[in-house]
Ligand binder design. Structure first.
Ligand SMILES: Cc1cc2nc3c(=O)[nH]c(=O)nc-3n(C[C@H](O)[C@H](O)[C@H](O)COP(=O)(O)OP(=O)(O)OC[C@H]3O[C@@H](n4cnc5c(N)ncnc54)[C@H](O)[C@@H]3O)c2cc1C
Length: 354
């Protein structure tokens, strides 16, 4: 990976080195397209990508997310087409619980199967049945090795000839004689630009003289706490009223979240103590985990278009500017499928008379 200043001419410049951009770079380079991946930070994946709950959860983000997830399954199953050092997915049981207080959780969750307390306690012995109205089990859930996925995508991209530029901000983009001219940390001429800039995708469109989508960045908090009773193979538990979830993490820790969605400006959000305290209280009411302390807390951005559908398509006013953004709360699980979709769109462009 390089960060020095040098001028380049490529087929495609992918802007944004999170999981989405890395997947696009891999799938584009794999198709033989000259590709450069451009990231503003000094490392890849430092924003939303490194802050996720690392779960593949079917049905979570709607039909298009499910289609992208399905499209990426062979990639996951093949350990990133042989580029990952370890399997990228590990099965994880998942239980939806319907809290007794307050009432009103959605009892009609597609893809779930109601189960009795005995079965629920076998998967998650720390649940408190007296605080819970009902439990449903969901199949097909996995832990994702996010870091392993990112590394495999980047390794694969560079193996197929892509270049990765760190500490390189796409400060401005303008059209010049059939190319996009990117100025910033590096000067790049690219036939096509892929906008995988996460929470900054609208800003990048505006820097390119194109209309934004109107994305909203919603902050989500997470933290890990030491627990003495949780086991590594215990089920992940999600409250059906969207007030919290938790899942075992490595080293005797429990990863917990209030499942919050606070609108914020694109940036580097911080967790609020009150959100962490609220989550601990909710989890302690519904379990015997007795969480008392926090090892590490963080917050990250989940980025949505108004209809919460992923935006993977050419810009309406310029087909050479491709969106890969608005991946919401499923951007890791959908990344392999999203990168494939982008590569198909770009290949279509290169094989047409444009
Ligand atoms: C707490 C939390 C839990 C989550 N849990 C899950 C989960 O369990 N499963 C799941 O699938 N998803 C989950 N998500 C969502 C997932 O993390 C995101 O959808 C995904 O990481 C988005 O990836 P991205 O590449 O689009 O964005 P990012 O990772 O934010 O990458 C965008 C990159 O673009 C760069 N950039 C921006 N502008 C420029 C520019 N002008 N020039 C150069 N670089 C630029 C940024 O520096 C950044 O590195 C969770 C998110 C959060 C916050």
């Amino acid at each position: 990976m390089r960060s020095q200043r040098q001028d380049r001419t490529v087929d495609v410049a992918v802007i944004g080195g999170g999981i989405a951009g890395a997947s696009c770079a891999y799938h584009l380079a794999r198709e033989g397209l000259g590709t450069v991946l451009v990231e503003r930070e000094t490392e890849l994946g430092t924003h939303s990508t490194s802050r996720s709950a690392a779960t593949l959860l079917p049905g979570y983000g709607g039909q298009e997310n499910d289609e992208l997830t399905e499209a990426g399954r062979p990639f996951f199953a093949s350990s990133a087409e042989g580029m990952a050092e370890h399997p990228l997915l590990a099965p994880r049981e998942l239980l939806w619980i319907y809290p007794r207080e307050p009432e009103g959780a959605n009892h009609d969750l597609p893809g779930t199967v109601p189960i009795d307390y005995e079965a629920a306690l076998a998967m998650c012995p720390v649940l408190r049945p007296e605080a819970i109205d009902a439990v449903a089990w969901q199949a097909g859930v996995y832990d994702i090795d996010v870091d392993g996925l990112l590394r495999a995508l980047v390794r694969g991209a560079t193996h197929h000839g892509a270049e990765v530029l760190l500490a390189s901000e796409a400060a401005s983009l303008r059209r010049q004689r059939g190319y996009w001219l990117m100025e910033g940390g590096a000067e790049i001429r690219a036939r096509v630009v892929v906008n995988a800039a996460g929470a900054w995708a609208d800003e990048l469109a505006e820097r390119s003289g194109l209309a934004p989508v109107g994305f909203r960045a919603l902050k989500r908090t997470a933290f890990v706490s030491p627990v003495s009773t949780g086991q590594q193979d215990m089920a992940m538990v999600v409250s059906a009223d969207n007030s919290f979830y938790f899942k075992p993490d490595v080293g005797g820790l429990m990863l917990c979240s209030p499942a919050d969605e606070t609108p914020v400006a694109p940036g580097d959000p911080r967790p609020e103590e009150i959100d962490v305290a609220y989550t601990i209280d909710r989890i302690n009411v519904h379990t015997t985990l007795q969480i008392r302390s926090v090892r590490r807390a963080w917050a990250g951005l989940r980025v949505f278009a108004a209809d919460r559908r992923p935006v993977i398509r050419p810009h309406q006013d310029d087909a050479t500017f491709i969106w890969c953004a608005g991946l919401g709360g499923t951007g890791v699980q959908t990344a392999p499928g999203a990168g494939q979709r982008v590569a198909e769109i770009v290949q279509g462009l290169f094989s047409s008379d444009w």
